[in-house]
Write a protein that binds this ligand. Structure first.
Ligand code: ADP
Ligand code: MG
Length: 571
């Protein structure tokens, strides 16, 4: 085998962390910020009224409830119809978001949303390049706060309702790509759930969401990256404008990768009644949001070595030693078999001499970069996303749901806290086994090299140990162990077993041990132990099927709902 390429250096600063993710760790600002409006929040609210004066006629904006790189979400009240005031969530998208991206997000909400635990949309406002999506407000818990106080039955209900939402969007050919607790709102008291945030969504090949066809893949984005003007009226889309330079022929710099849509125009008109300014979009942008186009966006965070490789534009896959103190595992992903033809532009007569080493040879440096969507949050990314498999399906959302389930069963969140994709992959190996991961990757055309073999873990034993249940006596021992901060981290625990491997750094959600929910319908001081002493095998069987390393055999949302774990639950 001759393909090999690797590069990212160890010990570089973290580019991603679930805690410094684009939205707050759990999607909502801290309580003190909610209760006492910070001057900054007040200013932002005033600015929003100024940006879209129409909002002031309809809403009273009360507070900011979420802030990320790509949007700010506000709580507002409105007297929309006769009756009591309604609570509304206003999502203000950053003005640099690309119009097609915004329109696609909106179309996911309008077409698939409004039922089966998928958030719907009430209105959309626009003035110039400011767009606000108005949705029904669902008060929700912070996942971390309630994680360890949920009863086992609540966990079942949570997962069941998540699958209901995923089944719905998958039926429409929507791949959410960012399934995680802060995007699945949960009102514990009302037992209400809502999947939100289609800002990274992509379409399957047969998606029913027309606009997702335009944001389907990085490859398409590149071929679509022609400075054309897009005019969308209802379902019709017409393109015009000057042809662009091919992205591949430009030096890859942050500016150049943001160029493709420069000068793009989009006009979206809704039906007969669509009034300009209330549902339409029309914007000239000089930059576009990096969501979904972020394959290159991390360049500035990366080490000089990576920059060099990316600038050469020829590295098809990356490999790195894990950023571990012990530095004893190195991982490398290469294209193999089926991928070779398409991914490699290297003359076959040249034999690579860096295979199984941690260097990148000049032959490998001359390879074409492989393009595959990578958006999302590292700890929730499926193996096929981490290895840049170009053919990604709705199965990637099921993996993310599996990671949520793993958190719920183990009481650790975030479960995987990776600095980069290959670290994340190695963390997955510590749970699912290195041999198994390598084997599965072969099925989607990737070869993974791993310096050390680590066995797969028994999911029940792992979760029980992390949760603090003594399986022999079936007793919850976490309280006896004292403050969570004194509990071994997951990383330490697994390090002990698989001695040299850097592992997930999830923390016990200790702060939540004695907390109730924010809605005041649960006692602040109780942990609901009900059911945790006898978690059925079905739970771990479902977890195993969600964390199936092979996307082709991974359980679907529709099948998950029919799994024996949910036997007495109604669809
Ligand atoms: P982003 O793209 O910035 O992540 P999201 O759509 O995920 O934006 O919203 C960010 C946060 O705002 C969510 O995690 C949630 O806490 C809050 N939020 C979003 N929509 C609603 C809603 N309809 N009701 C209540 N809160 C919401
Ligand atoms: Mg979000």
């Amino acid at each position: 085998m001759m393909e090999a390429a690797l590069g990212i250096q160890m010990d570089e600063p973290m580019a991603f962390s679930p805690l410094c993710d684009r939205s707050q760790a759990d999607g909502s600002l801290k309580k003190y910020e909610q209760n006492f409006k910070l001057p900054g929040v007040k200013r932002d609210i005033e600015k929003l009224y100024e940006a879209i004066p129409q909002l002031g006629n309809v809403f009273k904006i009360k507070d900011k409830i979420g802030e990320g790189t790509f949007s700010s979400v506000y709580l507002a009240t409105a007297q929309l119809e006769v009756g009591p005031e309604e609570k509304i969530a206003l999502k203000h998208l950053i003005p640099t978001s690309h119009p097609i991206r915004i329109a696609a997000e909106l179309q996911c909400l309008t077409v698939a949303g409004g039922q089966d635990n998928v958030m719907g949309v009430k209105y959309c406002f626009r003035k110039n390049d400011h767009v606000v999506i108005a949705m029904p407000y669902l008060e929700h818990e912070s996942f971390l706060d309630i994680l360890n106080s949920l009863s086992f039955q609540e966990v079942r209900e949570y997962m069941f309702n998540l699958f209901k939402a995923l089944k719905r969007i998958h039926q429409f050919g929507i791949v959410h790509r960012d399934v995680k607790p802060s995007n699945f709102l949960y009102n514990r008291c009302l037992k209400k759930y809502a999947l939100v945030d289609f800002g990274l969504a992509q379409g399957t090949h047969d998606t029913k969401i027309e606009l997702l066809k335009l944001v389907q893949s990085e490859a398409q984005q590149q071929s679509f990256s022609q400075n054309k003007s897009h005019v969308i009226t209802g379902n019709k889309i017409s393109l015009s404008g000057p042809a662009p330079k091919d992205l591949n022929q430009q030096p890859i710099t942050k500016a150049s990768v943001k160029r493709p849509y420069t000068n793009a125009q989009i006009h979206i008109k809704q039906g007969k009644d669509g009034k300009e300014g209330s549902v339409g979009l029309s914007a000239q942008r000089s930059v576009f949001g990096e969501r979904n186009f972020n394959i290159h966006s991390s360049i500035s965070h990366e080490s000089p070595a990576v920059k060099l490789m990316k600038q050469s534009k020829t590295v098809d896959v990356l490999s790195r030693k894990l950023a571990t103190k012990k530095k004893t595992i190195s991982t490398k992903v290469i294209n193999s078999g089926v991928m070779r033809k398409t991914a490699s532009s290297c003359p076959s007569s040249l034999i690579c001499d860096c295979f199984a080493t941690d260097k990148v040879c000049s032959i490998c440096l001359s390879r074409r970069q492989q393009v595959a969507p990578r958006a999302g949050t590292p700890g929730f990314r499926a193996p096929e996303v981490l290895t840049k498999c170009p053919n990604q399906t709705t199965a990637i959302d099921m993996w993310s749901a599996g990671v949520i389930f793993l958190s719920l069963l183990s009481g650790r969140y975030p479960f995987y806290k990776a600095t980069d994709d290959l670290t994340a992959l190695a963390q997955i190996m510590t749970i699912r086994g290195s041999r198994e991961t390598i084997q599965a990757a072969k099925t989607f055309g990737k070869s993974i090299l791993c310096s050390k073999e680590v066995p797969a873990q028994d999911l029940r034993k792992l979760c029980e140990r992390l949760r603090g249940i003594d399986s022999k006596t079936s007793k919850l021992t976490s309280e006896i162990q004292g403050p969570a901060s004194h509990n071994p981290t997951l990383s330490e625990e697994i390090d002990h077993k698989a001695s040299h491997i850097h592992t997930p750094q999830a923390q016990h959600s200790g702060s939540s041990l004695h907390k109730g929910d924010s809605n005041g319908c649960f006692n602040e001081d109780t942990i609901n132990l009900e059911g945790w002493d006898e978690v059925p095998d079905d739970a771990y069987d479902l977890l195993d099927k969600l964390l199936d390393l092979n996307p082709a055999s991974r359980i679907t949302a529709a099948a998950a709902l029919l799994h024996p774990f949910f036997k007495d639950m109604n669809l």
